[in-house]
Structure formats: C-alpha cells, structure tokens
Design a protein around this ligand. Structure first.
Ligand code: GLV
Ligand code: GLV
Length: 320
C-alpha cells in the first residue's frame, strides 16, 4: 500500500505526478485560499506525510490527531509555523527548503532596499497620478546606497548573499550574529559588531534572522531609539521580529527615515494597517523567494524531502 500524503495547496502538476509514483496524494485544490483548519484536522488523521506551506499552523493539537504521520515537509526555509518541540516529542520528522531560495531572496531584499531608499514606488505613483509638473532640485530625493553602511542582523545563508550584493554597491557592511563567522569576514570583507553598535552606525538595518522566541520583537522602541534618523529598516525575514507599533511610532516621529517590509506580524496584513498609510514604507506581500524558478525548485525540494522520509531515507533538509 502506498503511503498517504496531503498537500495543503494546489502546486505544480509535474511535482504532484512525481509524488504520485510513490504516494497516494490528495491535495487542497485552491491556489489563493488556504486550507481551512477543520479540513486540515480531518485530512491529517490518516496521512503518513504532510506537504505544507508557511500559512499553515502545525501545532501540537494538530500533530497529536495524526497517528500515522511520519513527516511534515514545509515548502519554506522558515519553519516558525510548526511546533518543532511537539514534532520531536512525537517522533515526526520536519523538513524545510533552505539553499534553493537564498539568492532569489537576497535579490528581493536588495530590490526592497533600493526601492525604499530611492522612493521608487512613491515616485512611480507621483508620475502616474499626474503630479509631475517639473524637474525640481529636491523633488523625491532619497538616501544613497553606494558608500552607505549596511548592518545585517543574522549572517546566515541569505544574510551573506545580501552582503555579497552590497559589496558591488561599494557599501560598508557590518553584521551581528549569535556566532561570529570569521571565514565570511575575510571572504566578504564584512565586520562583526555588537548589536547596539550596528543599530547606531547603520544607514540600512537589514533583519535576516529566523523567527523564534528569542527574536520575537527583537527590533523594538529601544532599538529604533538607537538608530540614525536617516536609517532605513528592511525586513524580509518574519514580521514578528519587528515590533510594528514601535516601528510606526519611529516612522511618524521621524526617528528613522523609512522601512521596506516584505513580511508582517499578521499575514495577509490588513489594508488599513497604519504602516501601509505611510509614504516612507514600501510594503510587499511576502514575495522574497517568489521567482518562478525558485518557487518550482522549493516545491521540488519539499517533495523530495517528503518522499525520502517516507522511504526511510535521509532527506536533504531535516529540521528535526
Ligand atoms: C519564506 O518566507 C520562507 O521561509 O521560505
Ligand atoms: C535563513 O534561514 C538563511 O538561509 O539565511
């Protein structure tokens, strides 16, 4: 008998077909609507494997109702949507998709940094709304990227890939990380500094840590108070790392200059969220890894991880 698998969102048919060679697959057939919790609760009861997205909360209650479940394969590098301790306790393998999305997410992070500092979105609206009457010396002026100091909090794979891009723009790169990465310091000409030093000295503060209990609201009022009034915050990691109320307060009081946000505490963020009313916020809907090639690769890696786990082979990317 083939192992049973549930896929929580409509994914590419070729990848489903590949899984069907080995598994009995059922799939939530919607692309833009997440699977309702009660249906997921029902489905998980008799499956051996779950292929899920970061939009699904995989908590202890859910895992406990799944007596056959061997593996949860998350189609994302981040896995804060999954209760890892509960999975470990229940002997359920959890896998993710690091590596394949590193460069694509670094590209987007840099695009957001540039869009925010040079006011690209605001300038485009200005033109399209018929406000452009003349060229003017200080019209839509922003912050320079070249020569600026980029502070990267979290020097993992994606953080390093952002640093590499920054060097091409002649930026001065400093970083803070739980562990110093001396090898990268030489390779990428980046400098390790304490957190407060980074906050005080960076023109761009770029958050690149995973979301955990330790990084919850890591950037809050105290941190904004340390930052330059010309500083720009970039977050393409997870919304919960930044205290959104403190960010809003820092932006309206000109305590910092701008923010580029790809992620929010609650997603999808409501259109009447105060942060979205600000001209100095560039906001995009969690699209860090969203290139066609990379999203297909992520689905492929997630499928491989799932199949290998069900075959009792070692999957490439095991979390627990
Ligand atoms: C996206 O946010 C991911 O974690 O892959
Ligand atoms: C984070 O998970 C990274 O790959 O840097």
């Amino acid at each position: 008998m083939k192992p049973k698998v549930f896929i929580t969102r409509k994914i590419n048919q070729e990848i489903v077909a590949k899984m069907e060679e080995f598994c009995e697959v059922s799939m939530w057939e919607e692309e833009e609507v997440p699977v309702p919790r009660d249906i997921l609760m029902e489905k998980i009861k008799d499956v051996d494997g779950l292929f899920c997205l970061l939009t699904e909360t995989i908590d202890e209650e859910l895992l406990e109702t799944a007596p056959h479940l061997k593996v949860v394969s998350n189609m994302a590098v981040g896995y804060n949507n999954i209760d890892i301790d509960a999975a470990k306790k229940l002997g359920i393998t959890v896998t993710n998709t690091p590596g394949v999305l590193t460069e694509t997410t670094a590209d987007l992070t840099f695009a957001l940094l540039m869009a925010t500092s040079r006011r690209i979105v605001e300038a485009s609206s200005y033109l399209k709304e018929g406000k452009w009457k003349t060229w003017s010396p200080m019209q839509l002026t922003g912050q320079d990227i070249h020569g600026a100091t980029l502070g990267i909090i979290g020097m993992g794979r994606i953080g390093s890939a952002v640093a590499k891009r920054a060097l091409g723009f002649d930026m001065n790169v400093i970083y803070h990380n739980r562990k110093r990465v001396s090898k990268l310091e030489e390779e990428l000409d980046v400098k390790y500094v304490e957190m407060d030093h980074l906050l005080k000295n960076s023109d761009f503060v770029c958050v690149m840590v995973p979301y955990t209990k330790e990084t919850d609201k890591l950037i809050s009022k105290r941190e904004f108070d340390l930052m330059k009034d010309t500083a720009i915050l970039i977050n393409t990691a997870r919304g919960g790392i930044v205290d959104e109320q403190a960010l809003y307060a820092a932006l309206i009081s000109n305590k910092i200059w701008g923010a580029g946000l790809d992620v929010f505490e609650n997603e999808p963020v409501s259109v009447d969220h105060p942060l979205l009313s600000l001209d100095n916020v560039v906001a995009i809907p969690h699209i860090g890894s969203a290139s066609i090639k990379t999203r297909l690769k992520m689905a492929e890696v997630a499928a491989d991880n799932l199949i290998k786990s069900l075959k009792n082979e070692e999957p490439e990317c095991v979390v627990v």
